[in-house]
Design a protein around this ligand. Structure first.
Ligand SMILES: *Cc1c(COP(=O)(O)O)cnc(C)c1O
Length: 404
């Protein structure tokens, strides 16, 4: 095709011209998608190996999710929480059951679920643990990613995410990720919660040492501290289990969920916990106009039903082993490290070869879309509907890029 006939260049220019530059997207303009495949405005096809940072675990436009959304669009879309609607109870009951918890509090974005978790933990601390007024602290990990609100960036250790957004919200103690002794030492009588990602996705799919999460669980139980697991990216089938915590048999006091919970259709997030924790909230103390709306609940219920079959978790575990084998085969051939759990991989490219960004651009030219994170690391998180052959294809394209 002749270059001036392509629609992509002008579409990229317009997107840059009329928006704040708070992202640095790859220069590709998508117009439709199905399953694991994307099509751009010029008709080129790409294998999606990012899946909306795990918001698209079930692929693009999964038929069951699209059907649920269409049916709900034709009946009722919004009531606000001032009234109860007929999709609400099913969603909350089925999600609570999936989590093994008594209660659910639905919100919209992941950051709102994190904010909700922080507020609930503080209130629990004052009302149940009897922490002195205004003294509650929460222990968090170095290298964390929990979202973009002013309170959440207050305890980020990423300079880009945090610098120049102060004054910062106090009440957080940062410890090195994976260091149990440091975490135990940071807990004091005013600690109400430990907030962690069971696997640090944005940091490059960083797995904590084996035994760390059970150790955190034990420390929290012993010291009367809530363990809050941010499973917004790691949860809902991504790692081959329903939750990343499941791999070590750990049950946190609070799950923070988002991303895939909305089926790639609407933003849906939630906090799940038992009644002795979430029960501390009374009317007027927390809320959201769109949280738990009928469309969100209809889609979210269908997401929970897809997960309740276990099929996606199984696919993720099995295909993840294929992905692992493929990527480990590239160690020494351009990759210096590979970390895999289920269909979730962080690979570190030899920085002498190219940056992560360059690798992503070259993969794009070969019809595979992924995104770099932190310098020379790229993260692969394909939709869980991807096939064996498509995984092999993605690995082959990465091999070709690394071979230059
Ligand atoms: C994406 C993410 C968030 C924030 O979710 P948003 O929907 O972008 O607000 C929080 N925690 C983790 C672990 C995430 O990956």
């Amino acid at each position: 095709m002749i270059e001036d006939m392509l629609r992509t260049p002008s579409a990229v220019r317009d997107a840059e011209r009329y928006t704040a530059h708070n992202y640095h997207p790859l220069p590709v303009v998508i117009s439709s998608a199905e399953g694991a495949w994307l099509t751009d405005v010029d008709g080129r096809r790409y294998l999606d190996c990012l899946a909306g940072y795990s918001a698209l675990n079930f692929g693009h436009r999964h038929p069951a999710l699209i059907r649920a959304a269409h049916e709900q669009l034709d009946r009722l879309t919004l009531t606000s929480r001032a009234f109860i609607h007929d999709q609400f109870a099913d969603f909350c009951r089925e999600l609570a059951a999936l989590c093994g918890k008594d209660l659910v509090l639905p919100m919209n974005t992941g950051a709102e679920a994190v904010e909700t978790g922080i507020k609930v933990a503080r209130k629990w601390g004052y009302q149940v643990k009897k922490v002195a007024a205004g003294q509650a602290n929460i222990v968090v990990a170095d290298g964390n990613f929990h979202g973009r609100t002013t309170t959440i960036v207050s305890f980020s250790t990423d300079a880009d995410a945090r610098a120049d957004f102060g004054p910062y919200t106090p009440g957080f103690t940062v410890v090195p990720y994976g260091d149990l002794a440091a975490l135990e030492a940071a807990i004091d009588e005013n600690t109400v919660a430990v907030l962690l990602e069971p696997i640090q996705g944005e940091q490059g799919v960083v797995l904590p040492p084996e035994g760390y999460l059970p150790g955190v669980r034990r420390a929290c139980t012993d010291r009367n501290v809530l363990f809050i697991a941010d499973e917004i990216q790691s949860g809902l089938g991504r790692t081959g289990r329903t939750f990343a915590c499941d791999h070590e048999g750990v049950v946190p006091d609070m799950y923070l969920l988002g991303k895939a919970l909305g089926g790639g259709i609407v933003p849906v997030s939630a906090v799940a916990a038992d009644a002795d924790v979430l029960g501390v909230l009374r009317p007027g103390q927390h809320g959201s106009t769109f949280g738990g709306n009928p469309l969100a609940c209809a889609v979210g219920t269908e997401v929970v039903r897809l997960l309740a079959t276990g099929e996606f978790q199984r696919r993720s575990a099995e295909l993840g082993e294929r992905l692992r084998a493929g990527l480990e085969g590239l160690l020494g051939g351009g990759l210096v490290a590979v970390r895999v759990r289920g269909l979730w991989a962080g690979v570190d490219i030899d920085p002498a070869l190219m940056t992560g960004r360059q690798a992503c651009e070259r993969l794009m030219d070969r019809g595979v879309l992924v995104k770099d994170t932190h310098g020379s690391t790229i993260r692969l998180a394909p939709p869980l509907v991807i096939t064996d052959d498509e995984i092999d294809h993605a690995v082959a394209q990465l091999a070709a890029v690394l071979a230059g």
